[in-house]
Design a protein around this ligand. Sequence first.
Ligand SMILES: Nc1ncnc2c1ncn2[C@@H]1O[C@H](COP(=O)(O)OP(=O)(O)OP(=O)(O)O)[C@@H](O)[C@H]1O
Ligand code: SF4
Ligand SMILES: [Mg+2]
Length: 346
Amino acid sequence: MSDPILSVRDLSIAYRTGRKESVTAVSGVDLDLYEGQSLALVGESGCGKTTLGLGLLRLLPNLGEITSGSLTYRLKDGTRADLLAMKKEPLRRFRWNEAAMVFQGAMNAFNPVIRIVDHFADTLRDHADGKKWTKAAVEARAGELLETVRLDPDRVLQSYPHELSGGMKQRALIALAIALDPQVLVLDEPTTALDLLTQRSIVQQLHELRSKFGFTMVFITHDLGLAAELADRVATMYAGRIIETGSARDIFYEPKHPYTAGLINAVMPVKGDRPALESIPGYPPSLKAMPDGCAFNPRCAFATDECKRDRVPLSLLTERPLGMDHSVACLHHDQVRLPRKESANV
Ligand SMILES: Nc1ncnc2c1ncn2[C@@H]1O[C@H](COP(=O)(O)OP(=O)(O)OP(=O)(O)O)[C@@H](O)[C@H]1O
Ligand code: SF4
Ligand SMILES: [Mg+2]
C-alpha cells in the first residue's frame, strides 16, 4: 500500500484537571490513514473520539496535551511533516488548507453574531497563503461551496446562524470546512441532533462530496448505521484506546472484540425480525480509576484472570488474507461471534 497520508504511533493525550493532576483520555493509539479512505471512529460517549479527532489536527483545547507518541502527515506537496514538531505558523497553514474539522455540535459551532458570509471571509483570509480575498471573491467562493452542499447562497450568505435550521447549519459547516480544499476532513458527529430525513440527506451529501473532491475522511460517530454507510474502515474505541480496527465489512459482520460485538448487537436491525436488543452490561470505567489489564474486563462475559493482569495490545489477526488487515485487542477473540451472524444489525 502507498504511503499513509496520516500516520499515528503510540499517541496519548491527557487533560489537566488540577494543578498537578491530569487524566489520560487517549492512550497508545496507532493508526494509519490512507488517501481517499473513509475511517469511522466509533464508541460510547466519553471513550475519547473527539479528543483523538482534535489531537490528529493539533486542535486540542488549552487543557489538553499530547503527552507521547508521533503524528506525521503527507502534505499536498508530497513532503512528510512531523505534526508534533510543527510551529505556530506552519500549523496555521496546515489547518484548513491541509486538514479541516467539522466540530461536534453544529448548533453552536458558528459565532451567533457573525453572518455566514463573514465566517467564510474569516476562514479564507486567515488561512489562505498569499491570495487576496476581496469581498467579491469571498462571496463567489462561498456561494459556489454552498451550492455544492445544496444550499441557496442568496438565502444563506447574508443570514445569521440562528436563521438557519440545524441541517442547513451542518451543511454550511461542511462547506466551510472544505473551503480551502483540504486533503483530510475530520467530521465529529456530523448528523447528531438532526432529524432522520436530514441525517439521510447529510449522508448523501457526504457521499457526493467525497466522490467529487476525493478527500480522506475521518468521521466520529456513535451511530453504527452511519458508520456502516460511510466507512471503508472502522476503528472501535474503548476507554481511550482503539480496541479493534478493520474493514467495515469485517467489523460489522465478524467483529472480534466482545465490545464491538456488543455495540453491533445493541442496534435494532433495519430489516427482518426484531429480536430483543442486548445492551452491554455495566458502564465504561472512569478515566481516574482504570481497571488493570484489559479495560473492558469488568463488563466482559469472556474475561479470565489473564485479562485482568496486563494491558492487551492491538494485534493483527494473522488468519486474514494479505491486505485485509483486521486488528483486535482481545485475548479471547477466537470465541467472539455475533449471535445472529448472517445479519449484522447495521
Ligand atoms: N476539556 C476537558 N477537560 C477534562 N476532561 C475532558 C475534557 N474534554 C474531554 N474530557 C474527558 O476526556 C474523555 C474523552 O472525552 P471525549 O469528548 O473525547 O469523548 P467522546 O468519545 O467524543 O464522547 P462523546 O461521544 O460524548 O462526544 C471524557 O472522559 C471526558 O470527560
Ligand atoms: S481481553 Fe479478556 S476482558 Fe478484554 S475483551 Fe478480551 S476477553 Fe474480554
Ligand atoms: Mg465527542
